[in-house]
Design a protein around this ligand. Structure first.
Ligand code: GLA
Length: 386
């Protein structure tokens, strides 16, 4: 796609010039997995691969959408925003629908052409990127009074109510509010956040893509959300009230175990409460520059997601096991929702080439597919493509 002049394609498709271009980055999560929808603390960062939106306004009420990646073009009108069967255009159309529901009605239609470097189903949040991006583009072009926090909330509403994934706010928040070279510590219950410089000294953060695709809407994601809701209701009824699972602490876990009287629910809750604690520990270790501890916490998080939350699978387990065996690697874990997708590892800069070679070879030998490993910069969140 690098060879294609997207503005020419736009002109051919729509008979109009591109007026503006916007872009939204992908994200990884350092730690705090599957706890955003449990009111927990998460620690994501943007990464420098993007979805872009080429835009022009129309004089009628038609919406023209096209994805160069999907090679798919769709036409609707502003009066026809209902969800159709599961497909890509539900994201941008759902965003227009949510804007209208919240009083941000478009007076005229538009043309949008999307290109994306963020592979769908790779766990790097392609869906939050396209949602934040569509809302950001429209609020900019139609002069709606919407700040970036509200961009993320409207994107989250679209994903939950329109697209059907009961996700938390992490992805929409970091893609809307991410800052260059900073990771964002986000309290998902209060929606409060702080930025921390992400400096690993001689170490680097690597993203490892398993190339095992998955779709979250039909994965077990919503099932996990439900299990947590059931557990919370039981604990509230039989033990003590809390607004969410992350308000319980590790010294209450035995009591909670006896109340739940279910090994499965207990393991889900154990993951949630212990993971929330790991985020605090991770932040302290990072601030102290204790990277050995940072790496250990990554590993512990992965083991908990594997054994207790059961969202990893052979591809993520294999790639992180191989990573941990390499010289200069301090730790590795899955990132994002799991069930395939991507993992991260912290590796000494002098060992990166050897690390990549060994992990790639080992991975393709065991799983008979190739993986990709790359380093990433941390850019600003959604915005205009200058
Ligand atoms: C997906 C969801 C997020 C979060 C992660 C797991 O990326 O969109 O809200 O729950 O999974 O931490």
């Amino acid at each position: 796609m690098e060879n294609v002049d997207v503005k020419d394609v736009f002109k051919q498709l729509y008979g109009a010039d591109v007026k503006s271009v916007y872009k939204a980055p992908a994200r990884i999560n350092l730690i705090g997995e599957h706890i955003d929808y449990n009111g927990g603390l998460v620690f994501p960062a943007t990464i420098g691969i993007y979805t872009k939106c080429y835009f022009s306004k129309r004089n009628d009420n038609e919406i023209h959408l096209c994805s160069l990646n999907k090679k798919k073009a769709v036409t609707r009108t502003l009066d026809d925003l209902e969800k159709k069967e599961n497909s890509w255009e539900n994201y941008p159309i759902g965003a227009v629908y949510t804007l209208a529901r919240n009083g941000f009605k478009l007076d005229k239609g538009f043309n949008m052409l999307f290109t994306s470097e963020i592979p769908m189903g790779s766990g790097l949040s392609s869906s939050a990127a396209i949602l934040d991006l569509t809302i950001y583009t429209l609020k900019s072009e139609y002069n709606f009074d919407i700040d970036n926090k509200l961009v993320s909330l409207l994107a989250w509403e679209t994903e939950n109510k329109y697209c059907g994934l009961s996700c938390g706010i992490m992805d929409q928040a970091i893609i809307a509010l991410g800052k260059e070279n900073q990771a964002m510590l986000l309290d998902c219950y209060k929606y409060k956040y702080d930025y921390y410089p992400f400096n690993l000294g001689d170490y680097r953060l690597l993203v490892m893509k398993t190339n095992k695709p998955r779709s979250l809407t039909d994965s077990k994601y919503n099932e996990r959300v439900k299990e947590c809701d059931i557990a919370l209701d039981l604990i509230k009824e039989k033990y003590r009230h809390a607004n969410n699972l992350c308000e319980y602490k590790m010294d209450e876990i035995d009591k909670i175990k006896s109340i739940l009287n279910s090994d499965l629910l207990y393991r889900r809750v154990l993951h949630v409460i212990s993971e929330n604690q790991r985020v605090y520990d991770f932040k302290d270790a990072l601030l102290k520059g204790d990277l050995v501890r940072v790496g250990k916490l990554l590993n512990e998080s992965h083991f908990s997601l594997k054994d207790n939350y059961e969202v990893t699978g052979a591809h993520l387990d294999t790639i992180t096991e191989l990573a941990r065996k390499q010289k200069g690697c301090l730790g590795a874990r899955m990132t994002g929702a799991g069930f395939g997708g991507c993992a991260i590892a912290i590796v000494n800069k002098d060992n990166i080439e050897e690390f990549k070679k060994n992990v790639k070879e080992g991975y393709s030998k065991i799983l008979k597919i190739e993986c990709d490993i790359f380093e990433c910069e941390i850019p600003n969140g959604v915005g205009k493509d200058e």
